[in-house]
Design a protein around this ligand. Structure first.
Ligand SMILES: [Zn+2]
Length: 250
């Protein structure tokens, strides 16, 4: 991994301090009851929804932007999903020539950064281009009862790590409204990558007043330069619960 990438990832995670400490987040947390976690005792109900984040070919080893062991979680994600009545899957879904691609910025290489209207943007290899095999879900992901696929990052001029809001923190994917309309109160998160799209989605879930629980053994992180520990710290401060699949009742 390049020095530039490490530097970016470090500063990107550092930037979450602001989001996690937002007064809106604290207010939302104060309104909701903290889930009490006992091993094997969490039984998802009708107001709970599982959010399966970006289990796509380009984020799996062999893909354009691979997360280490990204494929290892797939059987566990399937198993967990079977225990949920309600499941939503997210899909990174970029236009060709997307602004987050290094190839869209002459002279720039992947993992370098550039300044855009909404802030600093890391420049990635081309990945998850709409309609390409890299954007497809992993072939072994089997969640036929998923009720919604929410796509993100399709605005050509803006990136999106979170399933709720894109990189400016304002442009919505529509997920907050959907979740509200369906009456869901609590979101459980699995997928890729723990310290980026999972983390940003969990923080935004708290921001819109939802309980948020990350099932850590059903996620994999990039974990560079302390990014994973920093992400967990920010999630904990925002009231995101850290659980394991064994905490769910069979
Ligand atoms: Zn992307």
């Amino acid at each position: 991994m390049s020095t530039n990438r490490r530097q970016f990832l470090s500063s990107a995670v550092g930037g979450l301090v602001t989001a996690g400490a937002a007064s809106g987040t604290r207010r939302a947390w104060a309104q909701g009851a903290a889930p009490k976690i006992q091993p094997g005792k969490i039984k998802p109900g009708g107001r709970d929804v599982l959010l399966v984040v970006d289990v796509q070919n380009d984020f799996i080893p062999g893909g354009a932007l691979a997360v280490k062991e990204g494929d290892v979680i797939v059987p566990l994600v399937n198993q967990i999903a079977a225990g949920f009545e309600h499941v939503i899957m997210t899909q990174d879904w970029h236009t060709p020539g997307h602004i987050s691609f290094a190839s869209s910025h002459p002279g720039k290489k992947p993992f370098e950064t550039t300044k855009l209207a909404y802030g600093t943007q890391v420049l990635w290899p081309d990945h998850c281009v709409q309609g390409t095999p890299g954007a497809d879900f992993h072939k072994d992901l089997k969640i036929p009862h998923a009720e919604l696929v929410i796509r993100k990052g399709y605005r050509k001029q803006m990136d999106s790590y979170s399933a709720f809001y894109e990189a400016d923190g304002k442009a919505t994917t529509g997920l907050a409204g959907y979740v509200r309309d369906r009456g869901f109160r609590q979101v459980f998160l699995v997928g890729l990558a723990t310290d980026f799209c999972v983390c940003w989605s969990a923080l935004d879930a708290r921001k819109v007043g939802l309980g948020a629980l990350v099932i850590e053994d059903a996620c994999r992180g990039i974990d560079t330069n302390g990014s994973l520990a920093k992400a967990w710290d920010q999630m904990t401060k925002a009231g995101v619960k850290r659980i394991r699949s064994a905490d769910l009742s069979a």
